[in-house]
Design a binder for this molecule. Structure first.
Ligand SMILES: [Zn+2]
Length: 176
């Protein structure tokens, strides 16, 4: 994919009418809503946009994004990388009523004047990321499980975990 910042302040209607294809780089500074949610992207990702009119004259855009984000694992609460490789078909709407009337194949893209493509990429990332990300393997809770199992002969494990305030540590203190 081509690199280069995603263009800002575009007329999506005009892009759809002309059937424009745009590719570019998704940079961390382009994603304020993700940042507000405590989610960062790893380096820069890429995004592609295909604008067109559909058979009902809607202004639609096929969006695809490829980024890696860092989220908090909901089991062990440490950082985990989540690869996002996602695509959606979005349709421009100018009101909630229009959004509600869209066929299910489209994600509503609420347009309010000129649009930044990074906002659309961010919308797609927000749609794609898991609500409750959990490590598939090597989660700390597994380590804590192991620590509990060896608790009897290894009381020092509490110090090693570095998480003395966790419920598991408290449990270990109560048991010792
Ligand atoms: Zn985890």
């Amino acid at each position: 994919m081509k690199t280069g910042a995603l263009p800002k302040q575009l007329d999506l209607r005009g892009l759809a009418a002309r059937g424009v294809h745009i590719e570019g780089t998704v940079s961390p500074e382009d994603l304020p809503r993700l940042a507000d949610s405590g989610i960062a992207i790893v380096e820069s990702g890429s995004a592609a946009f295909d604008f067109r009119r559909d058979e009902e004259a809607r202004h639609v855009v096929a969006v695809s994004v490829e980024v890696k984000v860092v989220m908090q694992c909901q089991r062990c609460l440490s950082d985990m990388e989540v690869a996002v490789d996602s695509a959606s078909l979005m349709a421009c709407v100018w009101s909630d009523e229009e959004a509600a009337a869209l066929p299910a194949t489209y994600e509503p893209l609420l347009v309010d004047g000129a649009a930044d493509l990074s906002d659309i990429a961010e919308e797609e990332i927000l749609l794609a990321i898991p609500v409750s990300p959990i490590h598939e393997a090597e989660c700390k809770s597994a380590e804590q499980q192991a620590a509990l199992e060896t608790d009897a002969e290894e009381p020092a494990a509490v110090e090693d975990s570095g998480e003395r305030d966790s419920p598991f540590s408290v449990l270990q203190r109560l048991k010792s």
